[in-house]
Design a protein around this ligand. Structure first.
Ligand code: ADP
Ligand code: MG
Length: 256
């Protein structure tokens, strides 16, 4: 099968001294190459757990994950992970921060450095390459984090609420930038978000999770016209609000 990701019967139990928590149970899904999927569901339903398992940071209690046909047994440069916080190092310049992933992976060559500078240019950050993170706005810092994530050329991007700390306008701009960039580079993406409209505007498909334990509740395939428009324009399309209402009702008053 031409899947970029498969998640097979994944169950995760966290054991601490006080208790065992069944975080997610029996999760099964696949993502096609180049597909953009969003994972939504109430707080604590296991979204971050699933991303950490796919990233190879946690080994699931039960089940298996593959990325590009390979079993996931630990972190790999095949997978890029972008979080709500940018985790830029304050003492490093923007350019040096953007090169971090490559450096850690031992992949930092002259050519790769050149491609990082090119990515910084694409993201409108080239003239800030010698700045320090504290001199940049939140949206610019997330763009640096995106460059750092793309620099190692991962096939799959995992995005854990990467826009939730940004103001609304910056978030809308970044949504468009991320969708356009990932489409142009033919990347596969799995986005976790609290924001139903963001999920509709950005994705090809939405997976809704139920909490306690986290299970797949429902899937929504996004209609072609919305799917193929950039997020900002997708929001203006006639079918958008009906779909929003439908998914909203799925939460049944949950704090999504
Ligand atoms: P979400 O990202 O959807 O908010 P999480 O994956 O962070 O959910 O958490 C799912 C459940 O697992 C929650 O009940 C949370 O308290 C628990 N959990 C997450 N990480 C750990 C951990 N390291 N140790 C123990 N319990 C955890
Ligand atoms: Mg989370």
């Amino acid at each position: 099968m031409d899947s970029a990701v498969t998640v097979q019967n994944v169950t995760q139990v966290y054991v601490t001294e006080e208790r065992a928590t069944l975080a997610v149970q029996g999760i099964d899904f696949a993502i096609a190459r180049g597909e953009f999927v969003s994972l939504i569901g109430p707080s604590g339903c296991g979204k971050t757990t699933l991303l950490s398992i796919i990233a190879g940071l946690i080994r699931p209690t039960v089940g298996a994950v593959t990325v590009a046909g390979n079993a996931v047994n630990g972190p790999s440069t095949r997978v890029g992970y972008m979080l709500q916080q940018d985790y830029l190092f304050p003492w490093r310049t923007i350019e040096d921060n953007a090169c971090m992933g490559l450096e850690i992976a031992g992949m930092l060559t002259k050519e790769k450095k050149q491609s990082v500078l090119h990515l910084l240019e694409e993201m409108g950050l080239y003239s800030f390459k010698d700045y320090y993170p504290s001199q940049l706005s939140g949206g610019m810092r997330q763009r640096v984090a995106l460059v750092r994530t793309l620099a190692t050329e991962p096939e799959l991007l995992l995005l854990d609420e990467p826009f939730s700390a940004l103001d609304y306008q910056t978030k809308l701009q970044l949504e468009d930038l991320v969708v356009e960039t990932l489409q142009a580079k033919k990347k596969t993406a799995l986005l976790v978000t609290h924001d139903i409209s963001e999920a509709i505007a950005m994705s090809d498909r939405i997976i809704v999770l139920d909490p306690n334990p986290g299970r797949i509740r429902q899937e929504f395939h996004i209609p072609d016209d919305i799917r193929t428009s950039v997020p900002f324009e997708a929001r203006e399309l006639p079918g958008f609000h009906a779909l929003f209402r439908l998914i909203w009702q799925e939460f049944g008053g949950h704090d999504a």
